[in-house]
Design a protein around this ligand. Structure first.
Ligand SMILES: [Mn+2]
Length: 486
């Protein structure tokens, strides 16, 4: 438990004479007596190592009992139904709390602890808002009568906590490495397993079997197993379609180990052979990914990665006649967004889209050793995108985000559409052979002192290597294969 103690010390060192409250995740009902699978909140687990719901952690560094846990009390009858509880005794004996209380005592203890504290570090919007803020209101009432000080400001602990989570410790890196290794193995199995006549669901089963059988706790996020046109839907999770000969299969899936998640995407042909058109688009995406990975080293601003990806992808799209040139126009007017409309990566860690700021004072944050992130360019040519109407209105991603923030997404879209329709336009036909192709390639990188380490190349990206792997016999048994020609 040493790592949790160390994190609490680091966290408490920064909150000074304030106090911090961090709640656990809550259970959500699936139906009747059945809950959705519970997974502890990453912030809470990071500081406590405690995996039960209905808990709250209090950090009060100037008190002589600085670390307090509020937990579900022991209850043999409930435990016989729903599993063991650490209880108040376990919270102190096994989880290192200086003091522990039943969760029902939260308000009473908080009122006491709020005395003489200047700030409350608490992320409002949680399930215990009414209890925490109710206790604070009562403490303020006491303040008027008794003349004590209670917190007069509420500060989001993310500013401290998420910075701690952003730089990974050696233990976290070990877990992340293992998650990446297992995830790569699962993707390799998916490449062996996929064949015309099997389904997205069959491939998902084989891949997730490898994840879990290799020691993963769970998937880091719902697996996306998207064949053919489905690959153009970014968060497709139905995963229920048969695999068609000639289609590509895009899989975005990964394992979680020790509360650290990997995040891998591969795209490969269902029948083991890229068509010329598929290979041409694939090569552009791979070139963009490699250009970004090549540039990754300490000091590179996070936002530069997207610019590198956009430039390489745009050059490739123009070379394939997906877009008209010149490159400078296709970038300045944002034409590339017809086929590439998401970011190039995100922090990776306890949450797949992990905590931590991407910009500081509006400027892209420089990479530092111990940060982990994804690099995931893609090209998605929707089946019905046969003709493009490309506007020559200047495109500014930051200005568009600001506008969406101020006006709301739908009003911002209306304003931008109007602006685009008023500018000159270019009409461009999309070559038919590319329609319906969606490709993304995603790897996980760890910043080292001298560069970046790719943690997920245990699964190939090279098209020839993918074709070879596809031809191998699956290691997971094929349970039903009625539709497959062998
Ligand atoms: Mn990702």
């Amino acid at each position: 438990m040493a790592r949790f103690t160390q994190r609490r010390t680091q966290f408490m060192d920064t909150i000074g004479s304030g106090l911090a409250i961090v709640p656990s995740a809550v259970e959500t009902i699936r139906n009747d007596d059945v809950d959705h699978v519970f997974r502890q909140s990453s912030d809470f687990f990071f500081l406590t190592g405690f995996e039960e719901p209905d808990a709250v952690a209090l950090f009060d560094p100037t008190h002589d009992q600085p670390y307090v846990l509020f937990v579900r009390p022991r209850d043999p009858e409930m435990e016989a139904w729903n599993g063991k509880r650490a209880g108040v005794e376990g919270a102190t004996d096994r989880f290192g709390a200086d003091e522990a209380f039943p969760i029902a005592d939260l308000e009473k203890v908080l009122r006491d602890r709020f005395r003489d504290r200047d700030a409350l570090w608490y992320a409002t919007g949680s399930s215990v808002d009414s209890r925490v803020l109710g206790a604070l209101r009562q403490a303020r009432g006491m303040k008027l009568r008794a003349g004590v000080t209670v917190p007069s400001s509420i500060i989001d602990p993310a500013t401290v906590l998420h910075e701690l989570r952003l730089i990974k410790s050696s233990e976290e890196i070990d877990a992340l490495r293992e998650a990446c290794r297992i995830s790569a193995d699962g993707h390799c199995e998916a490449m062996r397993f996929a064949a015309p006549g099997r389904s997205e669901h069959d491939v998902q089963s084989a891949m997730e079997y490898v994840f879990r059988a290799s020691g993963a706790t769970r998937e880091g996020y719902p697996s996306i197993v998207a064949s053919g046109d489905n690959a153009c839907i970014l968060h497709y999770v139905e995963n229920d379609q048969p695999l068609e000969d000639g289609d590509l299969l895009l899989i975005d899936a990964a394992a979680e180990v020790g509360y650290l998640s990997s995040d891998i995407t591969r795209t490969f042909p269902v029948n083991g052979r890229f068509s010329d058109a598929q290979r041409a688009v694939y090569d552009v995406v791979l070139a963009a990914q490699e250009a970004v990975i090549e540039a990754c080293e300490p000091g590179l601003p996070f936002t530069d990665m997207h610019e590198i990806a956009v430039r390489t992808l745009t050059e490739g799209m123009i070379a394939l006649d997906l877009l008209p040139g010149p490159v400078e126009d296709a970038i300045a007017y944002g034409w590339y967004r017809e086929f590439y409309f998401h970011g190039t990566g995100h922090w990776l860690g306890m949450d797949v889209h992990d905590a931590g700021a991407y910009r500081i004072d509006g400027v892209g944050r420089p990479l530092q050793p111990g940060m982990a992130f994804t690099v995931e360019p893609g090209i998605y040519v929707a089946r019905d995108k046969t003709t493009l109407e490309l506007s020559k209105a200047p495109f500014d991603a930051d200005a568009e985000r600001d506008l969406a923030y101020l006006k709301g997404a739908s009003e911002a879209k209306r304003i931008l559409d109007e602006r685009r329709s008023e500018a000159d336009t270019v009409t461009h036909g999309v070559p038919e052979q590319f329609l319906g192709i969606g490709i993304r390639i995603e790897d996980d990188l760890l910043v080292t002192s001298s560069g970046c380490e790719n943690l997920t190349r245990g699964v190939p990206v090279d098209p020839d290597e993918i074709e070879t792997l596809w031809s191998e016999i699956p290691t997971v048994p094929v349970m039903s294969d009625a539709g497959v020609d062998s």
